[in-house]
Design a binder for this molecule. Structure first.
Ligand code: NDP
Length: 249
């Protein structure tokens, strides 16, 4: 298994839904012990049941990524259960499609607090612990293709994701010699709870028709790119922003 992560402990944010739930299952499938985090504990509990049924190991811990104490507590509880966390999949994020002129301070802060500050808090909590333990690790931040290009009505979202790309690249530079890799995964459009209303609408379908691949991605198409970054398969891949979107303009 080139993506073998047995003997590794992974923490996954945004695990109650979409990408995070998928990545948690994939990590468990390749042997990691997985700490699944989000605010909705009922969803996490049923994910833990699914993973356990598959023969994997998982543990649910509530986390609000906008709250430093909540992030710290989740790392404490998770590592008490499974040991030092040496893989992080950072997915917690929100969408807020609004024209720039209609974006008020509250909605700007909502997007930045979750998508940028949240990823920063989680990455720093992981990095500090790995550095203190002199252990190697891998952090995969789910940015977005909209961190590399942009679109109308995405001023706060695309800005938050571009910042996540730059944060990932900077941490990669600072931590390369400590054997901590930090990469940004940049998915294109995948139908999840984040955007299903839009992609099931006439407007959303028309938007996808204009994209080069003329379709949305399937979650399975993220599996290998994600595992390359998370596992030792990508041991010399550091500080990249990897698009997974079937081509973009
Ligand atoms: P979902 O809406 O399905 O999942 C979002 C997750 O984020 C949920 O698990 C939610 O959990 C969690 N979350 C939101 N706010 C917080 C918070 N304050 N604290 C903790 N967890 C929080 O969306 P996706 O799976 O599609 O998105 C995952 C990531 O991928 C996001 O960062 C998104 O921007 C990014 N992305 C998505 C794309 C897509 O097409 N779907 C494309 C490119 C990037 P809970 O509410 O239980 O806390």
């Amino acid at each position: 298994d080139i993506f073998d992560v047995s003997n590794r402990v992974a923490l996954v944010t945004g695990a109650s839904s979409g990408f995070g739930a998928h990545f948690a299952k994939v990590l468990a499938d390749h042997g990691a012990k997985v700490i699944v985090c989000a605010r909705r504990l009922d969803r996490l509990t049923s994910l833990v049941d699914d993973i356990t049924t598959m023969g994997g190991k998982a543990f649910a811990v509530p986390m609000d990524v906008t709250d430093a104490t909540s992030v710290k507590n989740a790392f404490d509880e998770g590592s008490k259960q499974f040991g030092l966390i040496d893989i992080v999949s950072n997915n917690a994020g929100v969408a807020d499609s609004k024209m720039a002129i209609a974006t008020d301070e509250t909605s700007w802060d909502f997007v930045m607090d979750t998508n940028l500050k949240g990823m920063w808090l989680v990455a720093m909590e992981a990095g500090r612990r790995l550095i203190a333990a002199k252990a190697k690790g891998s952090i995969v931040n789910t940015a977005s293709i909209l961190g590399l290009r942009t679109a109308i009505s995405q001023s706060s979202y695309a800005t938050s994701k571009a910042a996540v790309v730059q944060l990932s690249k900077t941490l990669a530079l600072e931590w390369a010699r400590k054997h901590i890799r930090v990469n940004a995964l940049c998915p294109g459009y995948f139908v999840t709870e984040l955007n299903e209303d839009y992609f099931n609408s006439e407007k959303g379908r028309a938007y996808i028709q204009q994209s080069p691949a003329q379709r949305t991605g399937e979650l399975d198409e993220l599996t290998a790119p994600f595992m390359m970054l998370a596992s030792e398969a990508g041991s010399f891949v550091n500080g990249v922003a990897l698009p997974v979107d079937g081509a973009h303009t």
